[in-house]
Design a protein around this ligand. Structure first.
Ligand SMILES: Cc1cc2nc3c(=O)[nH]c(=O)nc-3n(C[C@H](O)[C@H](O)[C@H](O)COP(=O)(O)OP(=O)(O)OC[C@H]3O[C@@H](n4cnc5c(N)ncnc54)[C@H](O)[C@@H]3O)c2cc1C
Length: 337
């Protein structure tokens, strides 16, 4: 669907928030020829963003277990954009495994998702030699990918500048003070204008060991949360993530035990790993847990990326650009008010 574009071809665009949502918006707008300024209150380490704490899995097929089809549609489009703009992104797939006691949940996961092949113990060993003898079988999602948030965010910021955009860190701004097209990507901080946003806490641990080698995220079926181990290079692994309706940013003993226990269940050598970091972030979510692009004249808000920020940000940026340049409207995610 189209409506008359209220906006102008190559008008300047200001984007607030340099997390994964704002960074992709800035990149696509700058590459399309718009003069872009990206404002971020954090310093370049981005520790004030949720994106800093994320796993970085690009897993539209696995996520179908608990998400609406729109997440899969936008996620698959995003995979193309990640591949096009970041050809070094590891497209090594993801692996889902379960212990015998969680067999029923494993079969349920297989039924609710597509895009996987079943591996027997030999197939698992061929794919991830470290997991030899650990599991009877597994589900392999060959077309999924993962990025390392703390590496890819600075890369995105550098790309924006290479495309002619400006990135201003340590710069807390108010949309009302900025003229022209403004794209609000403030995540949970946008609650002053979108009060239905809530934070969903995700806790994570980073550990280090030379005893385990993995080439792709491994998800362990768990009755409450999708627990996973993501290789981060240099012997580091991220263990994530809880999903708790709470807005404090601590890590509870219970969660730490669950996360570390999941890693130990994937491979006992994790018992000897060194704990590098505990942390947590608040996923910005609307009541339906779906992303939303809200447009009012030259004010656009992109938010509610929930557990799918890295998965969805490229496709959402493409939709926003299509709206600004051609008035194109995606009925599933866009609201013009
Ligand atoms: C533990 C954990 C694991 C996750 N794993 C995954 C995963 O594997 N895959 C996936 O796709 N997603 C994952 N997510 C979800 C993902 O992290 C979020 O969906 C995403 O980070 C949201 O991005 P955002 O850009 O909307 O918000 P943010 O990353 O929070 O960015 C908003 C930015 O706006 C800035 N800001 C706010 N107010 C202002 C202001 N007034 N002026 C200037 N700047 C401002 C903030 O400092 C912040 O940097 C995970 C989340 C958590 C917590």
């Amino acid at each position: 669907m189209y409506q008359k574009s209220v906006l102008r071809g190559n008008s300047p665009v200001s984007i607030i928030g340099a997390g994964i949502a704002g960074a992709w918006q800035a990149l696509l707008f700058a590459q399309a020829g718009h003069p872009v300024t990206l404002y971020e209150r954090s310093d370049a380490d981005m520790t004030l963003s949720t994106s800093h704490w994320a796993g970085g899995m690009l897993a539209p097929w696995c996520e179908a277990e608990t998400s609406e089809p729109v997440i899969g549609r936008l996620g698959i489009r995003s995979l193309d954009l990640w591949r096009e703009h970041f050809p070094d992104t590891p497209f090594n797939g993801s692996l889902v495994v379960a212990h015998a006691r969680d067999r029923a949940d494993f079969e349920r996961f297989a039924r609710l998702t597509t895009g996987h092949v079943r591996l027997d113990a030999q197939g698992l060993r061929d794919l991830e030699p470290s997991l030899e003898g650990r599991f009877r079988d597994g589900l392999f999602y060959p077309d999924e990918a993962h990025v390392e948030p703390r590496k890819v965010l600075p890369e995105l910021h550098a790309r924006i500048e290479a495309a002619g955009g400006t990135v201003k860190f340590d710069c807390h701004v108010n949309a009302q003070d900025i003229d022209g097209i403004v794209i609000d990507c403030r995540g949970l901080s946008a609650r002053n204008e979108q009060p239905e946003l809530r934070g969903v806490k995700g806790e994570m641990v980073i550990v280090e060991t030379s005893e385990v080698e993995l080439s792709r995220p491994v998800r362990l079926i768990h009755p409450r949360w999708p627990l996973y181990v993501i290789p981060r290079g240099d012997g580091r692994f991220m263990l994530g993530a809880t999903s708790i309706e709470a807005e404090d940013t601590g890590v509870s003993v219970r969660s730490a035990l669950e996360l570390l226990g999941a890693a130990y269940a994937v491979h006992p050598a994790f018992a000897e790993a060194r704990i590098v970091e505990f942390g947590s972030g608040l996923r910005p979510a609307f009541p339906d847990n779906l992303p939303r692009i809200t447009a009012h004249d030259d004010r656009i808000a992109v938010n509610g990326l929930y557990r799918h920020g890295f998965l969805l940000a490229p496709a959402l940026a493409e939709l926003t650009l299509g709206y600004v340049q051609r008035g194109a409207i995606d009925n599933e995610v866009m609201r013009c008010v």
